[in-house]
Design a protein around this ligand. Sequence first.
Ligand code: CU
Length: 163
Amino acid sequence: MRRPAAAAALLAGALAGTVLLTGCGGSASASGNDSGSDGKAKLSVSSPYMPRPVSDSMAAGFLTIVNKGDAEDELTSVTSDAAGSVTVHQTVGGTMREAGRLTVPAHGRLVFGSGGNHLMFDGLKHRPEQGQTVSVELHFAKSGDLRVEMPVKSATYNPATGH
Ligand code: CU
């Protein structure tokens, strides 16, 4: 007598569970919208530039990634049609090393600047001239891809002065 009852309870529980899960999915997204913040990163890029490379094959790139959202995100990789590879570098104690994933904090920024973080372009298809732009795709863990047009400046360009 106990076994059929237990089976019936299990079956009822499984059915109820299914119904509950379905109902839950709907209300979860609704309450997410009601809270006023969607808990996501909101990324944009400001002041990108590439100093005109002094080498035929390698170049550096700089930019600032701004996050106006409530959640952090991670820059996972960078690609460009203009180069064979793009790596993210950190400068530590005067030497460069590959950075791996870099965090863009919630309501914060990730700065790439001369002497610090930078993008390293390797295997340039052609040497970019001042006044041209280089397209770069930033890949993020949660926000997907962000395409950036990076203007090529003079080799000694200083973003602080604009020269
Ligand atoms: Cu480097």
